[in-house]
Write a protein that binds this ligand. Structure first.
Ligand SMILES: [Zn+2]
Length: 423
């Protein structure tokens, strides 16, 4: 789906876009036919799809609908195309947005689809090969990201190493002892590991790590955050996007200015606040290979800006400029200026004295109040320079408050950069 398509009608880029669209439609038609026969959730919402017109008439679906369906039809909900015995894996969302965790079942085929996208797209784009040793600094709880990244590395023929049930120090020592060459972690946790290594007198820059791949937060697409990670590990860092409900959706490339969305396996649309097609807005996605529990026109809640300009890496896929800007819900306004946490992060990470930060946001009598809470390291006690840089870059004043060292969260799962406080 390329409703934001731009450019001249006969450019080579458009020829490949047309070919992609034909593949998408064919896969959607075939998959939707099975789903319509037996999936109660989608039978209520889908109709037969013969052309793009039919697709565009379908309703968009929200996480709330999926959660309500699961609550009303516990424990798995009704988004099931096959009898339960066909499903082989159960995962659940992190519940980090304050919602109940959403459970998700996969069949053997759906799971193979996940792993194929990891090995053929995510790892390939970063340059991971069968010769690599891939260390996953995660707890290996029920969140799907850990397991799919692990299985994808294995499928590629690389050595997949679980960093589950370890302290940060154990992970650092393990990674070095084994000679791991690729690290997967959230950006925040990669930085936490680098800090801990320094405290231990270990230099991760001399380890064998040559690539790092990050997800959960947009950090690896934020220039200042990425260069901090790259300097700490003496490695090249890549961004990856994905969702439990959808699958592994995208990856950054050698051009390092955004995230390509894997259009051979998904249909992506971007809509504005009124639900109209746009270049900038919320990402809506449909997956094309997880027919046991698919999503069609799913509102991701991610705010993006996309471009079809040709990329020097050669990818035919649309690019999210600068990575995901943030959650649609995370936009905040300071004196009439709309801001996303990622814009603040890009300034904050240029200040080496800031160990960690969080944006506190509250509405007081219809006025938005925003405070940047920072942990300072290296004996620093002033935020004057940071405040002045923020004012210059964002065009508005953002007040800072200093928090005690080690009090802000540093998750191995995605960290929340913005906290919406009650009035
Ligand atoms: Zn590219």
């Amino acid at each position: 789906m390329t409703r934001w398509r731009s450019g001249t009608a006969h450019s080579p880029a458009n020829a490949s876009v047309d070919a992609l669209r034909a593949v998408q439609l064919e896969r959607l038609r075939a998959g939707a036919a099975q789903v319509l026969r037996s999936n109660p959730f989608w039978r209520e919402r889908l109709t037969e799809i013969n052309g793009w017109d039919d697709f565009e008439r379908l309703p968009v679906v929200t996480k709330r609908e999926l959660l309500e369906d699961q609550a009303a039809n516990a424990p798995f909900g009704t988004n099931l195309t096959y009898p339960l015995e066909r499903y082989v894996r159960l995962h659940q969302t992190s519940g980090s947005s304050g919602d109940q965790p959403l459970r998700w079942l996969d069949t053997e085929d759906s799971w193979a689809w996940w792993l194929r996208i990891w090995s053929d797209h995510i790892y390939r784009a970063a340059g991971v090969t069968a010769g690599d040793r891939v260390f996953l600094a995660f707890s290996f709880g029920p969140f799907i990201g850990f397991w799919s990244a692990f299985g994808g590395a294995e499928r590629l023929g690389a050595l997949a190493i679980s960093g589950g049930a370890m302290t940060t120090e154990q992970r650092i020592r393990n990674m070095r002892d084994i000679g791991a060459t690729v690290l997967l972690a959230t950006p925040t946790y990669a930085l936490r590991m680098a800090d801990r290594a320094r405290e231990l007198g270990l230099d991760l820059g001399t380890s064998d790590i040559r690539l790092t791949i990050h997800a959960g937060e947009p950090g690896a697409s934020i220039p200042a955050t990425r260069s901090t990670i790259e300097a700490a590990y003496m490695a090249t860092s890549f961004d990856h996007t994905g969702m439990t409900e959808l699958g592994p959706t995208g990856h950054s490339c050698s051009q390092r200015d955004g995230v390509h969305l894997v259009e051979s396996e998904f249909i992506f649309e971007v809509v504005d606040l009124q639900g109209r097609p746009a270049d900038r807005g919320e990402l809506v996605a449909t997956n094309l290979g997880r027919w046991g529990s698919p999503v069609v026109r799913y509102r991701t809640g991610d705010r993006v800006q996309v471009t079809r300009e040709e990329c020097s890496c050669g990818s035919p896929f649309v690019k999210v400029v600068g990575g995901i800007q943030g959650r649609v819900d995370d936009m905040f306004t300071v004196r009439g200026v709309n801001l996303f946490p990622s814009q603040v992060e890009d300034i904050v990470r240029r200040h080496a004295v800031v160990a960690e930060f969080v944006i506190e946001h509250r509405k007081v009598r219809q006025m938005e109040e925003v405070t940047l809470v920072v942990e300072l390291g290296g004996g620093s006690t002033s935020t004057d320079r940071l405040e002045s840089d923020l004012r210059q870059a964002l065009g508005v004043r953002l007040g800072c408050r200093i928090a005690a060292p080690g009090t802000l969260p540093r998750g191995e799962l995605k960290s929340t950069r913005i906290v919406h406080l009650p009035d």
